[in-house]
Structure formats: structure tokens, C-alpha cells
Design a protein around this ligand. Structure first.
Ligand SMILES: [Mg+2]
Length: 217
């Protein structure tokens, strides 16, 4: 059987650990956007976000559908984070990724600008063949299965030759359904795992888990 030929990487909370605090900052800016720009009362913000995430994949999608929010305005606002406060070049990760023979792609619900900036701060700008961001899919987010199909078409690969890694189990489900192997990064204790249950707490262990996936197929 064929070995893994490509890997789709989520970006936020996957290429850097959740504990670095970057995404907490984004999270606070999302709350501020809902309060200050969309004028949702502060005590309703958390519930709104949970509902939008569950019903529409991302907060942004819910805001576009229910409040006619301009996606560019939203993304500029929530990604306005001093990345240097949270990220520094990750040389070990850089060399590990450089040595992996698989083609590597970013598959993110963030904007291309944010993805490129994060890659620059981590020193990973040369490790990925392409970035598939929320703009590429016209603001349709993971986990809409159609965008997974469009990505696979664009890179001209079969799902069974690929692995996807993401910190959100829900984003891995369509990939698994299409036949990709999946790896859940830094699983949260209360979130149920995708069916094959592979998890990873350090990206440095990725080569090992890729070898395990190869021997399984
Ligand atoms: Mg993520």
C-alpha cells in the first residue's frame, strides 16, 4: 500500500502549543468584536460564540450569516495580535519538518495574512508548499466537507495518501470520512476523539506517529 504522501496542518494551536497564549489573545479580541462592533451584550457573547461555532463552524460564519459582518473587517480585528510576544523561531520544528519527505500544506480557518505572519515568526515560511486559508475557500470554514474535497482536488491527491493534524476533533472528522489518516493535537480532556483516536502532544513526535500510520496501511 502507498505511504503517506502529504500532510495537512492546521495552524493556530497546532503549529504552536495552546499554552503559549496567542490564541487566548485572539479569543479575547473575538469577544471584543462581538461586544464593540456587533453590539452583542457582554453577558450574551459566550453563548453566541458557542452557538455559532456549533451551527456554522466558526464564529465568523455565524456573524456573516446573522449580522452581515464584513469578513475582512472581522479578520483584521481579531488577528491584530503582537505575535512576537507569543512566538519565537522554532528551529527544531523547522528542521524536523524539512526532513519529512511528505508535501506539507497549511489548512486553516484563519486569514492568509495571519497564517503567513505566524509562519514567519516561527521560522517555518519555507516548510509548506501552500497555505489554504479561509479566504481561499470564500470564508467557508472547516469542518465543511466540501472544502476538504476542493483542497484535495487542488493538490491533486487522493485522501488515502494523506494525514491531517488539527487541535479540534471536529475538523478531523471530514478528513477521516474522506479516507485520510488523522491526528488530534493536544486533545482537551472533555472533547471526544475522532474514531481512529491518534493523538499527539508534541509535534516533535510527528515522524514517529507517521511511521506508525505507514505500517498500519
Ligand atoms: Mg487550531
Amino acid at each position: 500500500m502507498s505511504a503517506t504522501r502529504f500532510i495537512l496542518f492546521d495552524l493556530d494551536n497546532t503549529l504552536y502549543p495552546r499554552s503559549c497564549g496567542l490564541f487566548d489573545h485572539v479569543d479575547r479580541l473575538i469577544n471584543r468584536y462581538l461586544e464593540e462592533v456587533v453590539k452583542i451584550p457582554s453577558d450574551k457573547v459566550d453563548l453566541k460564540r458557542r452557538t455559532y461555532l456549533q451551527d456554522h463552524g466558526t464564529t465568523l460564519n455565524g456573524l456573516m450569516l446573522n449580522h452581515d459582518v464584513d469578513p475582512h473587517d472581522y479578520l483584521n480585528f481579531v488577528h491584530n495580535v503582537p505575535l512576537g510576544d507569543y512566538l519565537k523561531p522554532d528551529n527544531k520544528l523547522q528542521s524536523m519538518l524539512a526532513e519529512l519527505p511528505e508535501d506539507k500544506y497549511i489548512f486553516s480557518n484563519a486569514s492568509n495574512e495571519h497564517c503567513q505572519k505566524v509562519l514567519d515568526f516561527l521560522g517555518l515560511q519555507d516548510n509548506f508548499a501552500a497555505v489554504y486559508d479561509i479566504n481561499y475557500f470564500n470564508f467557508r470554514p472547516k469542518p465543511e466537507i466540501e472544502i476538504y474535497r476542493e483542497l484535495l482536488d487542488d493538490i491533486d491527491r487522493r485522501p488515502e495518501d494523506g494525514v491531517m493534524i488539527d487541535d479540534m476533533a471536529v475538523n478531523l472528522q471530514p478528513a477521516a470520512k474522506l479516507g485520510m489518516a488523522t491526528i488530534l493535537f493536544e486533545p482537551l480532556p472533555h472533547i471526544s476523539l475522532p474514531t481512529d483516536g491518534r493523538t499527539l502532544n508534541s509535534l516533535m513526535k510527528l515522524p514517529q506517529i507517521l511511521d506508525e500510520i505507514k505500517t498500519e496501511v
